[in-house]
Design a binder for this molecule. Structure first.
Ligand code: ATP
Ligand code: MG
Length: 393
């Protein structure tokens, strides 16, 4: 699948923009602040319904406007599909596919992208929430039903934690009985959705570990990168997930055991301490934890290997053999000559790739493809406009 035309209305700095892309490489160039990342972010949002830069949707809507629209014409096997999302802060995103309204979860399954951006360094160097979010986004694109599993789990954890918090400090015997009773109901839901997500994440990491290691070998032939699931909240060692069961029932049983064992601690701290929302992904280079040990360049390579590994996994999983669209935001400037050249060859070989760059020379010339200039106005928010360098609108 590839994106032929992108249409934005009141998205970020764009009041109205229509951009045409080609299959193969598309290099989007322009000065700092011109609106390059905004374009890539809109494409990525269309496929993941989330932004890599912000959690809330308000910044995605042009200042002073109430809502924004991202529309696209996608091409799959010569067939054209129109998709559109409407973003209204404080409301659920609304989605149309082929002109008919659709469930939000239908979009990530239809249109897959893999975005590599400077923010990805946080996957390696940042706190566990960054790694959980990375893995969950790949999981949703691979199997869209996880969109609802993840939101169900978030709701259960929120409500269960609220109950634990409200019980903090005043647990007399009579209160305790009723708290335990209500907790029992939440425990069932926590164990059920938690085990479902845990199973999905474990299987995905099983599938990803080789493609990630292979991608890392291509970037740094003399070292080995490792990625494994760290079921921290179940008391498993960082690289010990190989011994965990892979079926939902056994995982649920295990979660329940640990949950019962930590009941007093949860009541004393007012927190939900057991579940995938407390887990991590263990990343290593030559057996050493990447976080805290890897050099800046190694961290970049590992972040890139995680994205290229995801690309390979998402490509394989698609029955039709269609590739995700590769989005590279401002990353060439960060890489040394060898890695730059490797990434350029990878990008040249995919069905479609959108690349942003502030300095045109940072992208190897031989990459070829279409070049687009983003011409931001003199500080005016409304003037974000895109025209192709060959003069086409
Ligand atoms: N909601 C919004 N409303 C209006 N303008 C916005 C909004 N969000 C972001 N902007 C503006 O969009 C501009 C372009 O941002 P963008 O991140 O796309 O630039 P860029 O071309 O990627 O720059 P760089 O090369 O520095 O990465 C910024 O000046 C920013 O202030
Ligand atoms: Mg940018």
């Amino acid at each position: 699948m590839w994106i032929k035309r992108l249409q934005l209305t009141d998205f970020r700095s764009y009041s109205e923009a229509v951009v045409d892309f080609d299959p193969g490489p598309n290099v989007i160039q322009g000065r700092n602040g011109a609106g390059k990342t905004n374009l890539l972010e809109s494409v990525s949002f269309l496929s993941t319904l989330s932004s890599h830069r912000v959690a809330a949707s308000a910044p995605l809507v042009r200042a002073g406007c109430r809502r924004s629209h991202i529309g696209a014409e996608l091409i799959e096997d010569g067939r054209s599909i129109q998709v559109q999302v409407r973003i209204t802060p404080g409301q659920a995103v609304s989605v149309t596919i082929g002109g008919a309204s659709a469930r939000p979860r239908d979009l990530p399954g239809l249109f897959r992208t893999v975005l590599f951006a400077p923010e990805d360094l946080a996957i390696v160097k940042g706190d566990p929430a960054n790694r959980r979010s990375f893995i969950d986004h790949v999981l949703i694109q691979r199997a869209p039903r996880y969109h609802s599993v993840i939101s169900d789990l978030e709701r259960v954890v929120r409500q269960r934690t609220a109950l634990l918090r409200s019980a903090l400090g005043h647990l007399r015997n009579s209160d305790r009985q009723s708290v335990e009773q209500t907790l029992g109901v939440w425990d069932d839901q926590l164990v059920s959705t938690g085990a479902e997500l845990l199973r999905g994440r474990l299987k995905l990491i099983d599938e990803m570990s080789e493609p990630v290691a292979e991608s890392y070998r291509e970037l740094a032939p003399h070292s080995r990168a490792g990625v494994s699931y760290h079921a921290k909240s179940l008391g498993v060692e960082p690289d010990g997930s190989a011994n965990l069961p892979r079926d939902k029932e056994s995982l649920a049983e295990l979660m329940r055991e640990v949950l019962i064992g930590r009941r007093e601690e949860e009541l004393a701290r007012g927190q939900t301490l057991v579940g995938p929302h407390r887990d991590d992904v263990f990343l290593s280079i030559d057996g050493m934890p990447a976080r805290g040990y890897a050099s800046h360049g190694e961290s970049w390579s590992l972040a890139l290997a995680l994205r290229l590994g995801s690309f390979r996994v998402l490509w394989e999983v698609d029955q039709s053999g269609s590739q995700p669209v590769l989005l590279l935001d401002d990353v060439f400037a960060e890489l040394d000559a060898e890695r730059r050249s490797f990434l350029a060859s990878f990008a040249a070989g995919v069905d479609q790739c959108l690349i942003t760059v502030a300095v045109a020379e940072d992208v190897p010339e031989r990459l070829g493809g279409r070049r687009l200039d983003v011409v931001g106005g003199s500080g005016e928010i409304s003037s974000g406009q895109v025209k192709s360098s060959d003069g086409a609108p």
